[in-house]
Design a protein around this ligand. Structure first.
Ligand SMILES: [Zn+2]
Length: 231
């Protein structure tokens, strides 16, 4: 009875203040959460994991030694996916990380290349930016993947020591600064097959900077997964 009353109250609230889809702003119907079915069907999945010439693997392998990699969706201008990433990063919609993490977690569970991942680690935000945003936008993405793979999610081992947004003006500056923007923390870490996660891969410079640190221990292995891949 209590649940019924709660549901009724929720329905009533939704009737007057309908929850909106974070992709297209249309009102959500019952059973839709955050994203309407229409937008979900529009998500441009990359299917890189099925591609022999996986372009993300080619891009990253040119920079550092990786075991396996994939990205969920293509990131294009003026797309529903771009809007969702905007909401995740700047709209306070942290829970979208869980949505994308579930999709990625299901995907990775079915792939043998990712079977021996031992820990998931996010690209860190500079503490100042994290304070401003209130959260790291890839934390819930990584945590949800770790739950699916049944491995620990390790935050705080990789640290961001430079606020690259403030320091770098051009792409070249940014790449140079990124190389020195991260450090390994003092947390204890045995050799591991790490899954490094980030929101969008563009040039791969951020992932290279973080991944190189994780590979400083020659016994470590590195795989990478991102929510989006900028074309
Ligand atoms: Zn929608």
């Amino acid at each position: 009875m209590k649940n019924f009353a709660k549901e009724f109250a929720n329905d009533l609230v939704n009737l007057f203040f309908p929850l909106q889809c974070l992709g297209c702003n249309s009102p959500l119907i019952p059973n839709e959460k955050n994203i309407c079915v229409h937008c979900q069907l529009q998500l441009p999945f990359t299917y890189f994991h099925l591609d022999e010439n996986n372009p993300m693997a080619q891009k990253l392998n040119a920079l550092l030694k990786i075991e396996a990699t994939t990205s969920l969706c293509y990131f294009e201008k003026n797309s529903v996916f771009e809007q969702l990433i905007y909401q995740l990063k700047y709209g306070g919609q942290e829970q979208l990380g869980t949505y994308f993490g579930s999709l990625m977690g299901e995907l990775l569970l079915a792939l043998k290349e990712f079977k021996n991942i031992e820990a998931v680690i996010p690209v860190p935000l500079h503490p100042k930016r994290k304070r401003k945003r209130g959260y790291n936008q890839v934390t819930l993405f990584g945590k949800t993947i770790a739950q699916h793979l049944d491995v620990p999610f390790i935050e705080g081992f990789l640290l961001r020591t430079e606020n690259t947004k403030q320091l770098a003006k051009t792409t070249d500056d940014r790449n140079a600064v990124l190389k020195n923007a991260f450090e390994l923390g003092t947390k204890n870490s045995n050799p591991k097959h790490w899954l490094l996660v980030d929101d969008i891969i563009t040039t791969g410079a951020t992932l290279d900077a973080c991944g190189s640190l994780l590979l400083k221990n020659p016994e470590n292995q590195l795989s990478i997964a991102t929510i989006g891949y900028r074309i």
